[in-house]
Design a protein around this ligand. Structure first.
Ligand code: 1CP
Length: 335
């Protein structure tokens, strides 16, 4: 059994496994080299040989406990026939949302568009054997936000605007729940042995709507993953003091925390559910002393608790690859 499964399923605390969100990506010069030649990001995610190569880049460099498949949460809107483009510097841009077209995308059409993703996972699986291989999806809410807002909600977001057309929202959530499960199923068949659900924009939901837009739709996905006998990690980013309710209602095998979460407090609130992450990725841009102090703080707080070392969000493009190596060494030395 690999170390992550041993930690989050068996609650073995004798070892702290380590991996990083966005461990493949723009901070690695070898990724940037491939990216420069492949300007269409969706096409890159649909090239099984390059998916394999990029996925394995951090594995070749560092002593990591998990491989995460190189792909994107927006492959689902793409497979539902909404245009998805990535423009340099301004993130994703989605085309007009045509509900009929989306609802009428049948499972075969949907899966056919994503076959190269599964082909890429199979190629990675051949190289990684029984090690942790993480497949992932966006949570229904986060995908809904991108599909209706048509761009990142980072700068420009209005909850009432996004949710004003209740028929659209309900139809879309239903279709997303169904296709997210399909996408998970095919990732697992191809070799993924852990699933992470990214709800990157859960923090935009008002408290009184959290159940409807985050807890309830995510619970359905978590139940589905568990029915496949595959462990599931949830990352409901930005929900602050609501992590406790999230854990008791959604019941993932592991919850990934963001930098706003007080690590000492959360440990008392998760009722034994494994915890992952927490450290602000910006810390990695500071000097080694500051980095070491922070890493040791998290390790100390979670000592004796099932904890997977990771950051509170993805590795920033400005991060030096040596910093990742430095952190892994600290984690290895302490445990
Ligand atoms: O070169 C480039 O510009 C591409 C940058 C890039 C990369 C490397 C994007 C565009 N996606 C990815 C890969 C990716 N996306 C992975 C790879 C596996 C890994 O190593 O971790 C994963 C897990 C994702 C998931 C993802 N995509 C999320 C959830 C995690 C998070 O960061 O919150 C989100 C929100 C996206 C959308 C997306 N795709 C890309 C960007 C720049 C964004 C975010 C845009 C925004 O700020 O709204």
């Amino acid at each position: 059994m690999n170390r992550i499964l041993d930690c989050i399923i068996n609650k073995n605390t004798s070892f702290v496994p380590v991996w990083f969100m966005r461990q493949a990506g723009r901070y690695l010069p070898e990724f940037r080299k491939i990216r420069e030649k492949n300007t269409n990001f969706i096409k890159l995610c649909l090239n099984p040989n390059l998916v394999k190569e990029i996925t394995l880049q951090p594995i070749k460099r560092f002593d990591l406990d998990a491989t995460i498949i190189f792909s994107d949460i927006l492959m689902i809107p793409y497979a539902l026939n909404q245009i998805v483009e990535f423009k340099k510097g301004s993130g994703p841009h989605l085309g007009n949302l045509e509900l009929d077209k989306i609802i009428n995308t049948n499972s075969n059409n949907f899966i056919n568009k994503l076959l190269p993703v599964y082909e890429g996972i199979k190629k990675v699986k051949n190289e990684t054997k029984d090690e942790a291989l993480i497949g992932f999806v966006g949570a229904p809410w986060t995908l809904l936000v991108y599909m209706i807002n048509k761009k990142s909600p980072k700068k420009d977001f209005n909850f009432n605007y996004i949710t004003k057309d209740k028929v659209l929202v309900n139809e879309l959530l239903k279709k997303l729940e169904e296709t997210i499960c399909l996408h998970i199923n095919h990732q697992v068949k191809a070799g993924a042995n852990i699933i992470q659900i990214f709800d990157s924009w859960a923090g935009l939901i008002p408290q009184k709507e959290l159940f409807n837009y985050c807890f309830a739709p995510t619970s359905k996905i978590v139940k589905y993953v568990k029915s496949l006998k595959i462990p599931v990690i949830c990352f409901p980013k930005g929900i602050g003091k609501n992590f406790k309710d999230f854990c008791s209602i959604v019941q993932p095998n592991c919850v990934s925390i963001d930098p706003e979460v007080d690590p000492k407090l959360i440990k008392k609130e998760t009722n034994g559910i494994a915890i992952q992450g927490g450290i602000d990725p910006k810390i990695l841009l500071e000097g080694n002393d500051q980095i070491k102090k922070t890493v040791q703080k998290y390790l100390q707080i979670f000592s004796g608790y099932p904890y997977v070392f990771n950051l509170g969000h993805g590795v920033l493009p400005e991060t030096k690859p040596e910093t990742i190596e430095y952190i892994i060494q600290i984690v290895r030395d302490q445990t």
